[in-house]
Write a protein that binds this ligand. Sequence first.
Ligand SMILES: Nc1ncnc2c1ncn2[C@@H]1O[C@H](COP(=O)(O)OP(=O)(O)OP(=O)(O)O)[C@@H](O)[C@H]1O
Length: 278
Amino acid sequence: MPQTTKRDDRDIVISVKGLRNSFGDSVVHEGLDLEVRRGEILGVVGGSGTGKSVLMRSIIGLQRPDTGDVTVFGESNIDRDETEAVEIRKRWGVLFQGGALFSTLTVAENVEVPLREFYPDLSPALLAEIASYKVVMTGLPADAAPKFPAELSGGMKKRAGLARALALDPELLFLDEPTAGLDPIGAAAFDSLTQSLQKTLGLTVFLITHDLDTLYAICDRVAVLADKKVIAVGTIDELLALDHPWIEEYFKGPRGRAAVATQERHAAEQASIKAEAR
Ligand SMILES: Nc1ncnc2c1ncn2[C@@H]1O[C@H](COP(=O)(O)OP(=O)(O)OP(=O)(O)O)[C@@H](O)[C@H]1O
């Protein structure tokens, strides 16, 4: 795997080494290595079933690997006791595929779930105040807080899931296909939200996506999963320079070209807005 200059260990928020995961006879990962740097948005791509979600689950401790080491915030997942595990879990937030909201709870109550879990002594008034702050922070109208997930559009559900992921003021955010199922305008709006939250809150973001527009618009680097491992990590330009057939096909196929065109159009619009403002 191409690696650029050596970095200080404190810059590495997630380090995965020699990861192996299997289900019965089916080996999903073998010798997988990956590093995620502080403050970056790392896009994770790969064909369907290449193990992107399993990788995320291994990092957040929901999937016990056969072998390998996963270190988050410098703490290894091997022999981590429950107290340490809880302290580390507080420092990340996760938006699972599809939002994974509790359908019988309101948006605000969904956001309160991790707060209640990790801070059981918070008063109901403070819980409600934090929840409404998070709801508004993700661009939802304040009146979305008392609504149930079934009353929300797909895009609003994603934002509600994001509000829950941000409940504990995490440093690290995991997003599993956040724009899947959104129309292009909703997806672009969600990308902008992710990027502005990342900048404002100084987040590190691990972002699984099939959305080429998202990769071009907001990812600092992209990790490519294939052949049971991360075959390359870098900026899109660095990946294209590798001359790998899957990467070529992925980024230079019709959808890749459309994503580049969207990016160029967006850049031209931004330039003309800036020029008009002068
Ligand atoms: N709990 C499980 N039990 C058995 N097999 C599993 C389990 N979880 C995942 N798998 C298998 O592991 C492989 C990788 O799954 P994973 O969901 O990580 O893929 P993915 O890259 O995220 O796919 P997609 O892009 O379609 O979401 C798949 O073959 C899947 O069927």
